[in-house]
Unconditional design. Structure first.
Length: 65
């Protein structure tokens, strides 16, 4: 992993946003990642539920019955 490039990136971020705002930004990014993972797990759970046969019949299937 290249070292000097990361130092410049970190330096630019500190200059742009200020050192006092970095912890809050990190916290918000962490919360966003947590919510994203929660949404993925809920979507996977819903997909498993739908594939198990609990899916309601569509209008086309009801018309043919």
């Amino acid at each position: 992993m290249p070292g000097p490039e990361w130092i410049w990136v970190i330096l630019v971020i500190v200059v742009l946003f200020g050192a006092s705002r970095l912890p809050a930004m990190g916290r918000n990014v962490g919360l966003g990642i947590k919510e994203f993972k929660k949404g993925l797990s809920e979507a996977a759970r819903d997909d498993d539920k739908d594939s198990s046969g609990d899916k309601p019949a569509s209008g086309q299937e009801r018309a043919n019955s």
